[in-house]
Design a protein around this ligand. Structure first.
Ligand code: KG4
Ligand code: ZN
Length: 355
């Protein structure tokens, strides 16, 4: 399966083989990160779309060469059809459709979030069903993943995603974009206890997240964090507060998951923020305390990549779940449509959760 991903600022292509037992083998995974956005402190959608157009031919060609297959050796093509920055999504989606049309191959329009949801299945052991924490730059949600394309949302952020809190804090600390990895490095030298942060949403029922208060507090504290040690301490405090909130809500969701699937106590974390070692450690401890297994993708499959899109497409193709070539590009596309309609997190005046 060829996978194509262009929903944000990474142009990516990959070839993944799925065997009869459902095991995935990544034959290639090429990711070209756009460097054009650094000067703006965030991704500029129009610049991203144009950069995808320029990069996509070469990235797909490189993925095929690296995999040692040519187009004739493919069984299908999968491309991200949303959610994401619409100009970029259209580039990869059109490219994928064109390959499928020209070669008469089946086509799968993949939800980017479903890609993250299967990313721990690329090289690891994460059989369905499992509880998923999907935490990235645009999303933060807890989902029960029962099988291919079958997700139930337990909760999601009511304002910003965890990755945004990392990125915005990194920005006020002058660390550049994307800030998560840089903030993690700075936090290594910091002492989190210098800036005690409250646990957001602690007294609230349900499984939703909130990170905007933390982001604002960090921006205010950054003004007085003059020396290098104070900046490192603040970075550590924000990282710690994000990890604690993710663990607190995930722990509650594990209890709900265990009530429904007592024999399937499996917890998976995916998305860019899952690359953070403190986040991984705290979540692993939370899972262990509740008798849950813990799985997270290899670091290179936490952030955006096309291997996860190829795998999501391959799993769908194996079940005959293909799409027509008029599948639309979608800026918003919740994994659990019913929950999103019943309890929209994205209401007028709020920003953050794309889904
Ligand atoms: O999954 P992803 O590549 O893109 C989205 O779908 O959003 O996630 C990107 C996000 C960014 O906010 C980035 O700062 C964050 O993941 N991130 C990290 C780390 N690596 C990436 N955050 C904290 N620590 C990291 N090591
Ligand atoms: Zn992503």
């Amino acid at each position: 399966m060829l996978g194509v991903e262009t929903s944000c600022d990474e142009t990516a292509a990959a070839v993944v083989r799925l065997d009869a037992a459902g095991r995935a083998e990544v034959l290639s995974s090429v990711v070209a990160s756009q460097s054009e956005h650094g000067a703006y402190g965030g991704v500029v959608p129009e610049i991203a779309a144009r950069a995808h157009v320029e990069a996509i031919d070469g990235v797909v060609a490189a993925a095929l060469v690296e995999a040692g297959v040519d187009v004739a050796g493919l069984d299908g093509v999968a491309a991200t059809a949303g959610p994401g920055l619409i100009g970029g999504v259209m580039v990869g989606l059109s490219f994928g459709k064109a390959v499928a049309l020209a070669r008469g191959l089946p086509f799968v329009a993949v939800n980017h979030l479903e890609g993250h949801a299967v990313s721990a299945r690329l090289e690891g052991d994460a059989p369905y069903p499992f509880l998923l924490l999907l935490t990235s730059g645009g999303h933060c949600q807890l989902l029960i993943v029962e099988g291919v394309g079958a997700c139930t949302r337990l909760g999601s952020t009511i304002d910003d995603a965890a990755g945004e809190a990392f990125d915005k804090t990194a920005k006020v600390l002058g660390l550049g974009y994307p800030g998560g990895p840089a903030l993690e490095r700075l936090a290594e030298r910091g002492d989190a206890s210098r800036y005690p942060m409250p646990l957001a949403m602690a007294g609230r029922g349900g499984f939703d997240f909130s990170f905007s208060g933390l982001k604002t507090a960090a921006a205010r504290l950054a003004e007085s964090a003059a020396d290098e040690q104070a900046r490192a301490d603040l970075a550590a405090a924000v990282q710690d507060a994000i990890a604690r909130q993710l663990a607190h809500r995930s722990g509650k969701a594990m209890d709900a998951h265990a009530a429904r699937f007592p024999a399937d106590r499996r917890f998976v974390v995916a998305g860019g923020v899952a690359a953070n070692r403190t986040v991984r450690r705290v979540l692993q401890e939370t899972a262990a305390a509740r008798g849950f297994s813990f799985a997270a993708p290899a670091l290179k499959y936490c952030t955006d990549n096309a291997a996860m899109i190829a795998l999501a497409g391959a799993e769908r193709l194996a079940l005959g779940m293909t799409d027509d070539l008029d599948a639309p590009a979608r800026p918003r596309w919740p994994l659990d449509q019913a929950a999103a309609l019943a309890a929209p997190t994205h209401v007028a005046g709020r920003k953050g959760a794309k889904a």
